[in-house]
Design a protein around this ligand. Structure first.
Ligand code: SNW
Length: 264
């Protein structure tokens, strides 16, 4: 009687171990990494003419996940409005969210974050000469922000004499800027540069956001994935991959030292 029972127990235990082996990062689907991102935040995260996701954050995450053994065709990117990204990770719609998402204590109540991998500026973009590099020139103006972003929080706290207009994404915000519905749009520096070149708009005010570097968002408590991402992103910084991707996607921009080999 004893032998068969033991045999069954051993089989179950082994099966259990194999199961854990199959999905060491607690992914929704063991063979796929499901990533929430943005389609309109070029050059951080955007979709190309052929619908491919690309950009610094996208390629950096692909490199990091490659170091964990995932092939590119195992990584599935889906675009969502920025405000939906963290709730979607928290409720198990995505394994990861990656889109220049600044790490803040408030957001860490909803998701866990990897270590930071990008620190830069929040930028006011406008085509109006009455808006200058002095934030006071925004008084009485209509300033567009994307819902849920640090720009929204900063503007509401700081630009108190300004009409803050909320948009679901940058595309609708910049369209409103171009059709005169707003006077300026508040977004990330590199995206402002990209939209600025495309629509002849100027970067008026650059506000450092180094206290909220971008991180990869994962489901609260998924330490196996978070720790693996941290180890791999540190390796990508140490071997110069981060630096090469930064130079590819942000040519000419000042480079934060903390992400370079031997910290710069
Ligand atoms: N993709 C978006 O629209 C994100 C907007 C905004 N990004 C801020 C930020 O993470 O952008 C990348 C770096 O410049 C960070 O320092 C910065 O906090 C946010 O996290 O709210």
């Amino acid at each position: 009687v004893k032998a068969p029972l033991t045999g069954v127990l051993v089989a179950l235990a082994t099966a259990g171990a194999v199961q854990a082996q199959d999905n060491p990062y607690n992914l929704i689907d063991p063979d796929t990494v499901s990533v929430g991102s943005l389609g309109d935040a070029k050059p951080y995260a955007f979709t190309t003419m052929t619908g491919e996701f690309s950009g610094f954050d996208v390629e950096f995450l692909r490199n990091v996940l490659g170091r964990l053994g995932f092939e590119e065709d195992q990584i599935l990117f889906t675009g969502q409005d920025f405000a939906a990204l963290l709730p979607s990770v928290s409720n198990g719609r995505f394994d990861i969210a990656a889109a220049a998402i600044g790490i803040t204590e408030q957001r860490e109540e909803v998701v866990d974050f990897s270590d930071g991998y990008l620190a830069g500026y929040l930028t006011v973009l406008s085509g109006e000469d009455t808006i200058t590099d002095d934030p006071a020139s925004l008084a009485g103006k209509r300033l567009g922000v994307v819902q849920g972003t640090l720009q929204e929080m900063y503007a509401k706290k700081t630009f108190t004499d300004t009409d803050i207009v909320q948009f679901p994404d940058n595309n609708t915000g910049v369209a409103a800027l171009n059709n005169g519905t707003t006077d300026a749009h508040f977004l990330d520096y590199e995206a402002a540069k990209s939209y600025g070149e495309r629509y002849e708009l100027e970067l008026k005010v650059n506000i450092p956001s180094f206290d909220a570097p971008a991180g990869f968002a994962v489901k609260p408590g998924n330490d196996a994935l978070r720790n693996a991402l941290n180890e791999a992103l540190r390796a990508a910084m140490e071997d110069g991959t981060w630096r090469d991707l930064y130079e590819k996607w942000f040519p000419g921009s000042p480079m934060p030292k903390q992400y370079l080999p031997n910290n710069g």
